[in-house]
Design a protein around this ligand. Structure first.
Ligand code: GDG
Length: 749
């Protein structure tokens, strides 16, 4: 990656998808390219007119090594960049993992999913290939937009290489509910891969919910609503229902070619009602269920025999693969049985097309249809439903739409059907055919408005807007990285200072986080380090923590240092007794604990920690989905009263804390600062409560934020180990090992 000039380089979108919008063919006469102007390419075209653009993807065919350079040059002129895949990669990554593991599982057909580790390896390798292709091209200021289930590991691969990059991901297919998703042995890798994006786009809110639920359960994250903080970044999971180029379809439906095809169709129908369906051959499309419902309808309503013509368009797909071959056999059998049983000399119940039709003929079908059946068993969105609405304007046909298609969330005026309910389906066919003209007109009018307003361009704009908005929330890091030059400068100050104050937070700053709070007890090395620093005559060391005083006393009470517990509600000067702040009041707690008890009983794994002046509701051990609901319920139940009583409800790491906001580390810090005049002050902490401490420090102090750049501290360090090294180094510089006084002896408690 080249460092782009953020201010002068034009913003560029790098679109990344499995397939490029061209199909490459290599014949003896040479290379040829056919543009496949799909919906996505159309949707992005308006964006590409506003931004610079590059599209990275597979050109759709295996390319001989000697042609690769030429193909790259040819494609470059169309702002495309190829990722070349060999036959083995296509088999493992695309046909294998993408289409035989993810596709069936994400469409709720776990029994059709294979879980072959070799396929997953290929998937990972090819995702790496795509990520490398992006990395080679990308500049800091570029926006990367990755598409679909074939490339779910790419966001994190890019993020690891370039933490600041703007990355969006859109999933075109459904994201399944956790009990289905958990069947995937690589579920954690997939979720981690996706979490590399800044914005994760899904077709519907159900998908957003399923994804955030899975992420909360599998990863150490806590989506509240549809957002989560991931280090410096915000990750937003949001629904962006994809759509079509409404105008293009509408205009096409009135073109000369379509009018001519419509006329032919009209003549052929001889006054019969036209029903249509348009699907790729796939078990998720509900092809069999629809044929069964149609057969039942004909049986129940023989008065319609000879009066309805069903144009059944199925686009061939993968019919060499067992699942698809079987589906085709079953479909062919059923069609032949229905036609065989009901056909007459001048009427055929089903006109079956097993091929792709030219757009003009497809649109003529949309235009002339009295009823369109879009009845998948599961579908991310389904664009056929929206195309029908855009093209059928004059006819006011009826859309029968499966409740399992994403489109059913928007097209409320369709007749919604459960494709598995054959009786209800047959009844809905009857209703659709008998719907009064005025009702058809009104329903179609509403649906048209929806598709017209929320077209594919709006979809792309909404996604980009969300991406830019989320990205703008990442504040420029204010803490600078700590390095050897900084260390030398601080060492120099430390050495010549006569009164030093060191304020150190404990959890996350001196020790890592553990699942069980008690596991964070200090190790021998830490006790030794603290004893050494505290033992320097010029030093005053205070541990300033949110923990309760008993724990601090037990773990660190024997060292010659000050202890500040519960964010300053309690403190103990070295050698003295514990004191509490004179204005601290804990009498409010009883009422709140009483209320929290009810929530705790109803939430397995939850527990209440009572501190002197605060209450902490812990939910680390709970089902994340349930916990999220409970936190919202607790907030609803308590927030109003708490505010009136001057209390604060604070979200922490899998905890909700109720506390008095007047007690904070900032106030405690000021108290310590006033106790003596210091000529060297150092403070270190790792979370938001430590920010109050940093802000209270006088100019010239050294402040260190552990693990994050976004801070009021002057420097950031990576983790507790880095901080310990700095402290050791300072101790050695200010108090060399051969110095006359030795640190106090300590024994680990
Ligand atoms: C994924 C998700 C989501 C079909 N037959 C012919 C033909 N088509 C065109 C239609 C339509 C497209 O194929 C199929 O629409 P889908 O919505 O099913 O799109 P997919 O890309 O297959 O599926 C899906 C979509 O992504 C977008 O996010 O909606 O849920 O599975 O555009 O017009 N076109 C022509 N002849 C045909 O015979 N010319």
């Amino acid at each position: 990656m080249k460092e782009g000039d953020i201010h002068h380089a034009p913003r560029r979108i790098i679109n990344v998808s499995n397939r490029l919008p061209v199909k490459l063919a290599q014949a003896e006469e040479g290379l040829s390219y056919t543009t496949s102007e799909g919906g996505l390419a159309t949707g992005l075209s308006a964006l590409f007119a506003r931004y610079e653009s590059l599209w990275i993807g597979w050109p759709g065919a295996e390319v001989a090594a000697e042609n690769m350079a030429q193909v790259s040059v040819d494609l470059r002129s169309q702002k495309l960049a190829p990722v070349f895949l060999n036959a083995e990669e296509i088999e493992g990554y695309y046909e294998g993992f993408s289409n035989e593991t993810i596709w069936p599982l994400f469409h709720y057909f776990p029994s059709k999913s294979g879980f072959d580790a070799h396929f997953y390896e290929c998937y990972e390798q090819v995702n790496r290939k795509f990520a490398d292709a992006v990395i080679q091209e990308a500049k800091t200021n570029d926006i990367i937009w990755i598409h679909d289930y074939q490339l779910m590991l790419v966001p994190q691969m890019l993020r690891a290489a370039f933490p600041e990059l703007t990355i969006g991901f859109f999933l075109h297919i459904p994201f399944p509910a956790y009990p289905v998703f958990m069947a995937l042995p690589w579920r954690k890798d997939i979720l981690e891969g996706l979490m590399g994006a800044d914005v994760l786009g899904f077709q519907t809110y159900d998908d957003v919910h399923n994804f955030t639920d899975s992420a909360n359960r599998v990863l150490e994250v806590n989506f509240v609503g549809n957002e989560v903080k991931a280090g410096e970044r915000t990750v937003l999971a949001h629904a962006f229902p994809i759509s079509i180029d409404y105008r293009k379809f509408q205009e096409l439906s009135e073109s000369k070619e379509v009018l001519s095809a419509s006329k032919t169709l009209h003549t052929l129908l001889r006054g019969n009602k036209l029903a249509i369906s348009v699907d790729r051959l796939d078990y998720s499309k509900g092809i069999i269920q629809r044929l069964q419902a149609y057969e039942l309808f004909l049986n129940l309503h023989p008065e319609w025999l000879g009066k309805i013509s069903y144009f059944h368009l199925v686009v061939p797909s993968r019919d060499q693969v067992r699942n698809y071959r079987e589906l085709k056999e079953e479909m062919d059998k059923l069609i032949s049985s229905i036609n065989g049983r009901h056909a007459t000399f001048d009427w055929l119940p089903i006109h079956h097309f097993y091929r792709s039709l030219p757009p003009e003929q497809l649109v003529a079908m949309y235009r002339e249809a009295d009823i369109a059946w879009v009845t998948p068993l599961r579908d991310g969105m389904n664009l056929v439903s929206k195309e029908f609405v855009a093209c059928n304007s004059g006819r006011n046909g009826v859309l029968v739409l499966s409740e399992m298609a994403g489109a059913s969330r928007e097209l409320n005026d369709a007749l919604v059907v459960n494709p598995n309910d054959t009786e209800a389906f047959a009844q809905i066919i009857f209703e659709a055919l008998n719907m009064p003209a005025e009702e058809r007109k009104q329903r179609m009018k509403h649906m048209r408005q929806i598709v017209k307003q929320a077209d594919i361009f709006k979809w792309a704009d909404d996604f980009m807007e969300a991406l830019e908005e989320v990205k703008s929330r990442v504040l420029p890091p204010s803490a600078r990285p700590f390095n050897s030059i900084v260390l030398e400068r601080i060492e120099a100050k430390y050495c010549c200072a006569e009164h030093r104050l060191l304020l150190l937070d404990y959890d996350g700053t001196l020790v890592p986080f553990y699942d069980q709070p008690d596991a964070a007890r200090p190790d021998d090395a830490l006790l030794h380090l603290l004893a050494c620093i505290a033992g320097e005559p010029a030093n005053r060391l205070a541990i300033i923590s949110g923990r309760d005083r008993h724990t601090l006393e037990r773990w660190l009470g024997h060292l010659p240092l000050d202890l500040i517990a519960e964010h300053g509600a309690w403190y103990r000067v070295q050698g003295g007794e514990w004191e509490s702040r004179h204005d601290a009041d804990g009498s409010w707690k009883t009422k709140y604990i009483h209320k929290l008890n009810g929530f705790t009983r109803a939430t397995p794994g939850a527990l209440i920690e009572e501190k002197s002046y605060s209450i902490v509701w812990h939910y680390r051990q709970c089902d994340p989905f349930l916990a999220q609901r409970r936190v919202a319920e607790i907030r609803n139940a308590l927030e109003k009263n708490a505010q009136a009583e001057g209390l604060q409800l604070l979200d922490g790491n899998k905890v909700l804390e109720i506390r008095n906001p007047a007690i904070n580390k900032g106030r405690a810090t000021r108290r310590w600062l006033h106790s003596e005049p210091y000529d060297f002050i150092l403070a270190a902490g790792d979370d938001t409560t430590d920010e109050d401490m940093f802000k209270a420090l006088p100019t010239g102090s050294v402040s260190l934020r552990v693990g994050s750049k976004r801070s009021a501290a002057s420097f950031f360090v990576k983790d507790y180990k880095a901080l310990r090294r700095i402290l050791e180094q300072l101790h050695h510089s200010g108090f060399p090992p051969n110095h006359h006084s030795s640190p106090v002896n300590i024994t680990a408690c």
